[in-house]
Design a protein around this ligand. Structure first.
Ligand code: HEC
Ligand code: HEC
Ligand code: HEC
Ligand code: HEC
Ligand code: HEC
Ligand code: HEC
Ligand code: HEC
Length: 280
């Protein structure tokens, strides 16, 4: 069924959507597999196989699960950037500059991030009673196979608009509200698939309205009505407003507990009509 919606020529999708991608910048995300290995200037001779890392298999997580310092707008720095995990291997005791010891070596960071998550996923899925455990390798040879892996840096990338996307009512709808300025990157603390729920992590991303293309409710006006799933307004309001109400509720709950500092409160997002359909 879903495949039926997949036909959309770019310009056509653009007109149909009414999404003006007036984003000021885009981010190129490498999709496919990348090979992680010691940088050439690491002064370290690798003993094991370099690690083939299927980047896009991991896009069901928030980008910040790994790029934990990223603000959702600027460029993404490589893990080994100066001032970050720039030591490939932990310095020998006594050789470390004290100011650097608090930052993990690159190998330490990778082992902690990669292996711990694979292990936790397996534990959680087992605890939840799943029959098929979907996770990555925990054993050394799962990441460092013998014979060694070939270097396999895929050059495929996907362009992602940053900045504010303007979402307008589709062609044929007589809009009663102002278009919505949607700060895309502010939402990258969530997994891409929370919104682009049909995305496989590699292909081009389709506009919501290439599937949710109905411009009128079928039958009832209730956006929770299943018959309205393909009505574009139901899709947007159900996606956007539901989560924003949730964030509002979380903040109110946190405030009710009293002790929390203002800066540590969960972020809120607009729930009022004008918060999204700005009046100016
Ligand atoms: C499971 C961990 C993980 C997740 C989740 C993840 N990445 Fe990555 N990403 C990496 C690793 C590891 C690299 C390689 C970094 C390096 O070379 O230092 C990388 C590299 C990148 C690069 C290239 C950076 C450079 O060095 O030029 C970009 C851009 C990027 N990721 C974007 C994203 C975006 C956007 C998301 C969310 C959709 C995401 N990543 C999710 C682990 C992850
Ligand atoms: C936040 C959790 C998480 C993190 C962090 C993470 N992974 Fe994974 N990884 C997974 C899950 C879940 C899968 C299984 C995905 C699937 O099959 O759909 C997976 C799959 C893999 C696979 C593919 C296994 C296969 O059968 O093809 C490899 C290799 C892998 N991860 C390596 C890494 C490396 C290297 C890192 C660190 C740079 C890393 N992962 C970080 C959760 C994680
Ligand atoms: C989930 C993937 C993963 C698992 C499992 C894993 N590693 Fe690694 N390991 C990496 C990554 C990523 C790097 C950094 C890139 C590189 O050098 O290959 C690394 C680097 C290393 C290095 C430094 C590079 C070299 O080849 O000398 C050693 C040594 C190492 N790992 C040993 C181990 C041992 C021993 C185990 C099992 C106890 C293990 N690793 C399990 C991902 C993993
Ligand atoms: C979290 C953001 C958000 C909030 C809050 C929100 N909307 Fe929307 N709304 C959207 C998006 C996105 C669209 C689809 C783009 C468009 O048509 O402007 C939309 C579309 C509409 C449309 C159809 C298009 C039009 O202009 O006639 C109406 C009507 C509408 N919203 C009314 C409301 C009303 C009334 C409220 C307050 C009760 C509200 N919205 C609150 C995001 C929001
Ligand atoms: C909170 C919801 C949300 C999240 C999270 C989100 N997006 Fe989007 N994205 C949208 C909306 C809404 C649009 C506007 C276009 C549309 O109508 O589909 C969009 C547009 C896009 C487009 C342009 C599509 C086109 O029509 O050309 C790309 C590419 C994209 N997003 C990639 C991503 C990636 C990659 C991530 C994860 C880093 C991500 N998005 C996270 C909601 C989201
Ligand atoms: C490739 C087609 C396709 C694309 C692209 C798509 N959807 Fe959907 N969406 C569907 C289908 C089919 C369903 C109903 C069954 C399901 O959940 O998969 C659905 C269900 C939903 C639902 C739950 C039903 C409801 O009304 O509450 C929401 C919310 C939603 N989509 C929002 C979005 C948003 C927002 C985007 C863009 C960021 C988007 N969808 C992109 C096909 C798509
Ligand atoms: C999964 C949860 C989630 C979804 C889905 C979501 N948002 Fe948000 N939104 C947030 C959070 C959290 C913030 C506050 C982020 C921050 O301040 O860092 C936010 C902030 C905003 C803001 C205010 C930005 C500002 O400058 O204060 C707007 C406007 C907005 N979202 C519109 C939308 C629209 C339109 C959609 C649907 C296309 C949407 N959001 C979907 C969680 C969500």
């Amino acid at each position: 069924m879903k495949r039926l919606f997949l036909i959309a020529v770019p310009w056509f999708a653009f007109v149909l959507t009414g999404v003006a991608l007036a984003a000021d910048a885009t981010l190129e995300i490498p999709t496919g597999t990348m090979t992680l290995e010691a940088p050439e200037d690491a002064e370290y001779k690798a003993t094991l196989s370099p690690v083939n890392f299927p980047h896009s298999l991991h896009f069901s997580y928030s980008c910040q699960a790994c790029h934990h310092n990223w603000d959702g707008n600027g460029p993404i720095k490589s893990c080994g950037t100066s001032g970050c995990h720039e030591n490939f291997w932990a310095p020998k005791p006594g050789q470390a500059d004290v100011s650097e010891t608090s930052i993990k070596s690159m190998t330490g960071a990778f082992h902690q991030v990669c292996r711990d998550c694979h292990r936790n996923e397996a534990d959680q899925q087992k605890a939840a009673g799943s029959k098929r455990i979907v996770t990555g390798p925990v054993a050394c040879a799962g990441c460092h196979p013998d014979p060694h892996s070939d270097v396999e840096n895929s050059d495929k990338t996907l362009s992602v608009p940053l900045g504010i996307l303007t979402i307008e009512a589709p062609e044929g709808v007589e809009a009663t509200r102002n278009p919505v300025g949607f700060p895309h990157g502010l939402h990258f603390q969530y997994a891409c698939k929370d919104c682009h729920h049909d995305w496989d992590g590699e292909s081009e991303i389709e506009a919501c309205t290439s599937c949710h293309s109905e411009t009128e409710p079928s039958g009832t006006r209730n956006i929770k009505d299943e018959a309205n799933q393909m009505y574009y307004l139901a899709a947007f309001h159900n996606a956007c407003v539901t989560c924003h109400r949730d964030t509002d509720k979380k903040q109110r709950e946190a405030m009710a507990q009293g002790k929390i500092k203002k800066a540590d409160l969960p972020k809120t997002a607009p729930v009022n009509c004008n918060g999204c359909h700005s009046s100016s």
